[in-house]
Design a protein around this ligand. Structure first.
Ligand code: ZN
Length: 120
């Protein structure tokens, strides 16, 4: 069983880092929520991570509309709901993805209350 090269904890990657050392190495980022309008006109929430400015990531999503490559791109419109800062966005994203639509909206809505980094 391979061990983390940094702390010795279990990792599935040979000569690699465990998930917590990996997250620390990569640093924090933003977990964001967008609303996607699908081909059948229903609206669905999409949760993602970005280490760039969320507005930059959102513009990429907007540009992807009409393309066929991503889930958001296969929709007909996308609307930015909000984003929150996390020291470990991969874990935070997993948590948020399990949320109900209502919980996702309130998670994202909280982002509007503070201007700067909003710890999740
Ligand atoms: Zn480690």
């Amino acid at each position: 069983m391979p061990d983390c090269v940094k702390c010795g904890a279990y990792t599935k990657y040979k000569k690699g880092l465990c998930s917590s050392c990996y997250a620390k190495k990569k640093g924090g980022g933003n977990v964001y929520v967008v609303e996607s309008t699908r081909q059948n006109d229903t609206k669905q929430l999409y949760t993602g991570i970005t280490r760039a400015d969320p507005s930059v990531r959102f513009k990429q999503h907007e540009k992807s509309i009409g393309g066929n490559k991503t889930w958001v791109g296969r929709g007909t419109a996308v609307k930015f709901i909000g984003s929150r800062w996390s020291d470990n966005p991969e874990t935070a994203e997993k948590t948020v993805k399990k949320y109900t639509a209502e919980q996702k909206l309130s998670f994202a809505a909280n982002s509007k209350k503070t201007k700067k980094k909003n710890q999740f």
